[in-house]
Ligand binder design. Sequence first.
Ligand code: FAD
Ligand code: FES
Length: 260
Amino acid sequence: MKQEIMTIISQQQLAPRIFQMTLTGDLVNEMEKPGQFIHIKVPRADMLLRRPISINQINKEAKTCTIIYRTEGDGTKVFAELSTGDTLDVMGPLGNGFDVDCLTAGQKAYVIGGGIGIPPMYELSKQLKQKGIEVVHFLGYASKEVVYFQDEFIALGDTRFATDDGSFGVEGNVGNLLLDAVQKEQPDAVYACGANGMLKMVAQVFSDNPNVFLSLEQRMACGMGACYACVCHVPDDETGTKSVKVCDEGPIFRASEVVL
Ligand code: FAD
Ligand code: FES
């Protein structure tokens, strides 16, 4: 983990409220695992807490990394106003990242993303594909208007879409796509990032599969395991006192390791 002032080399809007930003700096040399995140200081004196954003792509040769974020509150709105040449104070990479070593060439992985949980799944899918693993993507969005990165996923493998209003792909959430798919085949591993409801559904559908990896989202402060702002409860804890820290023990856990 490093802290560095990184330089923005591009920023573009992909869809309403969705932005893609590419940064350059030595910190990219530290980035290995898909699913890790960077913790970015908002360049405004009154905003002390950093904002956690997943790494969407790592390009070591070019020494760049890309993030995709949705503007929510003041912090992400400040990010959206930045442009090429501006700098950001970045800490990272943080978190454990997805386990891609549990699979070998020829096996099949389901890669599931919902809404703003989709960005880290791209680097994951790229790395799985490089290992010779067959990837099937299940991507869920609110509507056609906010669909982004669809061509990039299609270029890596079979990609199925769902939208809440049915304006693109199947109507409803990704659960509908998954229920249909599992009637025909069972994947060797399942990776998911998205809203808690989606993660619960993924855990349920694949309850017999030991390789179900879920990326959790919790509000964070330090981002490196020191403040306990980001805890999540664990199963079979009668005292209700045991927990895991999403920032450094996660954000990725096997479905059996956490209570959603
Ligand atoms: P505000 O609501 O003004 O934020 C106030 C405070 O709450 C800040 O400290 C902020 O960090 C925290 N906060 C608010 N919403 C969230 C949230 N959903 N999760 C965690 N903290 C929150 N968003 C993306 O758009 N793209 C990503 O790739 C992405 N990856 C993430 C990876 C991880 C591990 C986590 C925990 C969150 C991720 N998020 C991502 C969510 C993103 O961190 C929040 O949307 C962002 O912090 C909101 O900041 P804000 O100032 O705009 O909103
Ligand atoms: Fe401080 Fe996780 S954010 S321990």
